[in-house]
Ligand binder design. Structure first.
Ligand code: FAD
Length: 317
């Protein structure tokens, strides 16, 4: 089932969560444990992240340095299909511009269609580590709006080869990312919103937000989107804090603010257990408020740690 249909049919806020595929070398045991700890809370869909190739520099015994390309978390398409098949819950694999040519993207979309997957989240992705600016693949897309257009074209049976015959339309529900506190590269919020509208105009069915810790930031963002004519559902992203160092790591990694009250409580914590308690209570407070205010869905970022997600969902719904 498509996310947009799930949201449109739901009478109240639904629950969903985001998972990372296992690290290369690991099996699927931990990931399935995470899912099994949450299926009882009736998640309506599950997002699966995608990770591009990374550059690594390794020093050899003779002091020389070799450069190698590694993909630390391969397998998004396979894991997404396995989850949908095993649990009967719709999955939303993330599709990236960065590191992929248009042709590779088309092949992934064909695979997803063959596997019965009807949803994707279309993203640009970030630059490879140590690269200051995002560089698109020479035969790929520079921004997510172009990726949305490619996916939309397939909905109309338009493949990359113009002379292809008997084209089957590939019909995906498309989500895109939105940034209530602005994307870190954007010179200002207004321009960032203009580009967000461009993604929606290209055919995105809904928006999922970057994590935020002050619900007013989300409500203001929704208002601003509506003012410029974005009418699609805007799904809030919630990140339960579970480590003490996230007080400084999250703002740095995601260009977001932690409200003073939350930062003050986290700074007082002596260990991860105390930080996890503070983070869980904060996420419960945020989630309850979003449910009361009829957010379409909660998108919970698990990053593979699910023990407090159940607590949050139990308290909020
Ligand atoms: P875009 O929409 O392309 O925007 C990127 C920047 O370019 C912004 O500053 C925007 O203002 C600007 N811009 C947009 N369009 C144009 C244009 N036409 N011309 C000029 N400038 C433009 N990353 C991963 O690697 N894997 C994942 O699985 C993943 N999942 C995510 C899930 C969610 C819900 C979110 C919010 C983010 C996720 N990310 C993931 C991170 C994401 O890839 C990065 O934030 C990335 O830097 C931007 O992606 P985007 O799709 O928002 O890009």
């Amino acid at each position: 089932m498509k996310v947009i249909d799930i949201i449109n049919k739901a009478k109240s806020t639904v629950f969903s969560f985001e998972l990372l595929p296992p690290l290369k070398g690991n099996d699927t045991k931990r990931m399935y444990q995470t899912i099994e700890s949450l299926v009882g809370f009736d998640p309506k869909y599950i997002n699966i992240t995608t990770h591009r190739d990374e550059l690594e520099f390794k020093e050899l015994e003779d002091g020389s340095i070799v450069k190698r390309t590694v993909r630390k978390r391969p397998g998004t398409v396979a894991i997404a299909a396995a989850i949908q098949h095993k649990y009967g819950i719709p999955v939303i694999p993330h599709i990236l511009c960065g590191g992929f040519s248009k042709s590779e993207t088309e092949h992934v979309l064909i695979d997803l269609n063959f596997l019965g997957i009807e949803n994707v989240l279309a993203l640009r992705g970030d630059g490879v580590k140590n690269q200051h600016v995002f560089k698109p693949d020479p035969n790929g897309h520079a921004n997510a709006n172009e990726l949305v257009t490619q996916i939309k074209d397939l909905q109309n049976g338009k493949y990359l080869e113009a002379d292809l015959k008997n084209n089957t339309p590939l019909d995906f529900c498309i989500g895109v990312a939105g940034y209530p506190e602005k994307h870190f590269e954007s010179p200002n919020k207004e321009l960032d919103l203009t580009f967000l509208k461009q993604k929606v105009d290209a055919g995105a069915d809904y928006i999922v937000t970057q994590m935020f810790f002050d619900n007013r930031v989300y409500y203001d963002f929704v208002d601003k989107c509506r003012e410029i004519g974005i009418t699609v559902p805007i799904i809030p992203g919630i990140k339960p804090i579970n480590l003490k160092n996230q007080l400084t790591v999250l703002p740095k990694l995601f260009s977001i603010d932690l409200p003073f009250a939350l930062a003050k409580e986290l700074a007082k914590c002596k260990n991860n257990e105390e930080a996890r308690h503070v983070g869980t209570e904060w996420a419960i407070h945020q989630s309850k408020d979003l449910v009361v205010n009829n957010a379409p869905s909660l998108h919970i970022y698990t990053y593979g740690i699910s023990d407090n997600v159940g607590e949050i969902v139990k308290a909020a719904f």
